[in-house]
Structure formats: C-alpha cells, structure tokens
Design a binder for this molecule. Structure first.
Ligand code: ATP
Length: 279
C-alpha cells in the first residue's frame, strides 16, 4: 500500500499570550500562576493560593483554552476530566467515579490542573424536587464538595478548574463552601476583542505556516472591518471562519498544484457572512 505523506502533528502549546481580549481575566490567571510558582512568597505573607476556579460564560468563549494556558503558565500537567468519565447511570456509580478521580489526584506529586468541563451537568443544582433523579444529582454534588475539600487540604499541587455555560445550575452550596474561591466570567468578545482575536489567530497561522516563497495572507487585511462584520461571534466562531477559508484554499491548492493566491480580506469577509447566515 502506498504510504500517505505525513502531516506534522499540531499539538501546539497554548499560552495566555494567544488569548484575544479578556484582559482582566488573563491578568488574574497570571497572578494565580505566580502564586503557584512562588510558594515561598505566599508562605512569607501567609497568603493562600487559590486552588478552585469556576469559569463561566457562553460556549466557545475560550474557557477551555484559558485553562490550558493557565496550566502552561504554572508549568502544571493538564488533566481534563470529561463528563462521561463521571456520570454513570447506575445508582452510586457517579459518586464512585468521582471518588476514584480524587483518590488519584491526592497522589499527584507534580503540579496538576484538573479541568472539569460542563461542570453543571456533573453537579447540577437539581432544585427542591424530591424525586429520585434530583436526589441522586444532589448526592453527586455533595460527594464532589467533600472530595474537593479533602483534596485541597491534602495536596497543594492541585488546582481544580470547573467550567460551565450555566453557572446558576451549579449547586450553590458548592460555590459558597469557599472551595471555588475564584469565579471568573468569560463573556463574548466585543468588537475590539474580536479584532484582537482575528489578529492573534492570523499571526499564529502565519507563524506556523508561512515560509519563504509561501504567503498565507494578503496584505489588504483590515481587522477592524472583520471585527465589525463578525458581530456576535465568539473566538470559536472566528476560528471556524478561518478554518473554512483554509480548507477552501487547500482544495484549490490540491487542484492546481499550489497555484493559489493568499487569503484576502474579501474571502475572510465572505466566510464571516457565510457562517453568520442570513440575518
Ligand atoms: P465551551 O463552553 O463550549 O466548552 P469554551 O469556552 O471552553 O467553550 P474553547 O473551547 O476554549 O471555548 O474555545 C474554542 C477555541 O476558540 C479555542 O481553542 C480557541 O482557539 C478559540 N478561542 C475562543 N476564545 C478565544 C479568545 N478569546 N482568544 C483566542 N482564541 C479563542
């Protein structure tokens, strides 16, 4: 069989510099990273390093990206715990899974950031309805709270980040108990932030792909106009705008043997409009 040409792996590290907009959030995360990298300074002043972060905001606004970037800034291992690893349809199954995850975490000897995505679906605030399903969910939240308390007392190497699109669904007592000592709102980007996201993503692509003799973007780009046209989009949407243009260009490239013009402002605008759809 013919060997397919290898595409280079793209497991790029994510840094806080790559985040567009969200200036205050990034500043706060940098501060948290310092508290991990300088335990001696924290100890001298009796300052407690935050070990629980709740990030909330609409889908695609960069919560997962920020968590990865924070781990990178701390120099911590990144461990994402996906909801299916936890939720179990059998009675007591989810609680057992949570206990196992935290039992492992108590043994982490290197700084580790644990990310719980879609946190609301794990510890959904099930209200006061007394049915079996909501009682089971509340039990899961109770176990989580207890395990997180124990973990934070025992293992200073761990930082727990939970992200959610629905903060009001997260069991109040879990937040109030003080274990999530930092709550971070991650809103949709405004126009200036969208311009910055476009700029950073395009710079990233240029850095990764341009080389002598290959120009990826035309020099007529107007980030302001792109930001304006992409009203309502998130960072994830902007990434999709670029992904579509990249794919179109690659297809042309494959057809023509590389005879393709760089990505132009018009092509980017067209991709924005296509993704937004008829309004
Ligand atoms: P969800 O709530 O759906 O899990 P999320 O808030 O975790 O979404 P991410 O998965 O972090 O969003 O965002 C998807 C991608 O969009 C990121 O990998 C990143 O490339 C890009 N992105 C989102 N927001 C930004 C931003 N502010 N700056 C740069 N890139 C961004």
């Amino acid at each position: 069989r013919e060997q397919l040409p290898q595409t280079p792996a793209t497991t790029q590290t994510v840094t806080l510099d790559m985040v567009g907009g969200l200036t205050e959030v990034v500043a706060e995360l940098r501060q948290i990273a310092v508290s991990f990298r300088h335990p001696e300074a924290m100890a001298r002043w009796g300052a407690r390093r935050p070990q629980g972060l709740l990030m909330y905001g609409p889908p695609g606004t960069g919560k997962t990206m920020l968590s990865r970037a924070l781990a990178n800034e701390i120099g911590a291992d990144f461990r994402e715990i996906r909801t299916p690893e936890i939720l179990d349809k059998w009675l007591g199954g989810s609680e057992r899974n949570i206990k196992q995850i935290f039992r492992d975490a108590r043994r982490y000897r290197v700084p580790t950031l644990m990310l719980f995505d879609e946190f609301d679906s794990i510890v959904s605030y099930a209200g006061v309805g007394g049915d079996a399903a909501s009682q089971a969910l509340n039990a899961v939240a109770g176990i989580f709270k207890q395990e997180m308390n124990d973990l934070i007392e025992e293992n200073p190497n761990v930082i727990v980040v939970a992200t959610t699109n629905f903060p009001h669904r997260v069991d109040d007592s879990l937040i109030r108990s003080g274990r999530f000592d930092v709550k971070i709102s991650v809103p949709k980007p405004d126009e200036a932030s969208r311009a910055e996201i476009f700029r950073k993503m395009i710079q990233g692509l240029i850095g990764a792909h341009e080389q002598p003799g290959f120009t990826m973007f035309a020099d007529d780009l107007n980030l302001q106009a792109l930001a304006h046209a992409s009203h309502g989009m998130t960072g994830a949407d902007i990434k999709e705008v670029l992904r579509r243009v990249q794919l179109t260009k690659a297809m042309q490239d494959a057809r023509t043997g590389g005879n393709v013009s760089p990505i132009s402002q018009d092509e980017l605008l067209a991709s924005v409009r296509e993704l937004l759809g008829p309004r």
